[in-house]
Design a protein around this ligand. Sequence first.
Ligand SMILES: [Zn+2]
Length: 405
Amino acid sequence: MTSSSTTYDARKLLWTPSDSLRDANRRKIIRAVMVESATQVNIAKLTALSPATVSGLVNELVAEKILRVDSAGDGERGKKLRVGNVRGVAVGIEVNHNGLAVAARRVDTSAIEFETADFGADQGGNVWVREASQLIRELAGQTGLDADHIVSFGLGIPAAIDPRTGLVSQVAASLDWDLAGDPKQRFSDQFPSVPIIVDNEANLAAYGEYIYGAGRGKETMFLVKASTGIGAGLIVGGLIFRGRHGLAGEIGHLTMDPLGIVCRCGNRGCLETLVGGARLIEQVRQAYAGYRMDLPTSLEAMIERAKAGDHVCRRVLQDASRNIGVALAKVANVVNPDVMVLGGDLGRASDLLIDTAMHEMKLFSLRGMYDHPVPTKLVGSELGQFAGARGALAFALKADSTVAP
Ligand SMILES: [Zn+2]
């Protein structure tokens, strides 16, 4: 039926409408392998299909050369499946307040193209959308294909997304974003026929770590993304846990001190008022007021200085890690995760922060999760500044619908 030279268009493979259950199951398998090469056993786990169904459909897909069997591996079922003669580019983007990160990968390879840019959501309007679109086109070109081959586009934005509608349910007051708007529409002019999947950027960073990084193979994982703002993502059983309005896990607005200072969310004494990026920089500047001129203006610069031995920067970070640890203890008692991941800008200083945060977390949560052969751990991010973009890429590839992710 198909010759060895047939090359499949990934968009057609994944998005051609069909009511057939068999087609839906085939697509689930193709999507799972596009996210990451996997054995039949892993595919069955990822897709929740029975091993017999997976085995039958995999044989079919291999015969059609849509999938191929990796020669390495133990026995037929232990061998990994990879994507065969399929052409397509998967894209993921993480938009932050003051910057963004993009990842692009051909669906038939594991080599990823990355790029970051200094413009982000704070620019408002559609300026960053145009520039980000240009960046995506460039990266798609670097994979050897082009933007016409984009099969899925994962978009992570710094706002809560209502999981039932894909619309924004809450956005930071500092962004001039239209609450009623559909975030996908910002990009649909640039990429009219590309399926766009949108989610909160910290949720997607958590998903990235779950699939490719510090949360691999875990059941329950919580990622705190500590940068300008404090966001978080919770993965339970391979799914992003969002809650009714997409606000689940918003650790940045846990009350740490009911008499503390007012937060940008309108409440008082939130974790973010203690450890948000601007607050940390402000503490350093206050300590050095009148004494030093070359004061850090970004978290990155402050972390560099701490690493170089600056006692003020180190102390501010240490206090921040203590507060993060106390907040994580509250989360730990509620969700009892396998692993907690410290990501975002502070994740880059995890060697300075983890021990203190872990100490506090243990002090204020139940011992049973630590006095156990498989204890709950707090670790640094493995994917760093590309956690969100990689998570967006993987999540959009896996999603079979652009609404209600
Ligand atoms: Zn708050």
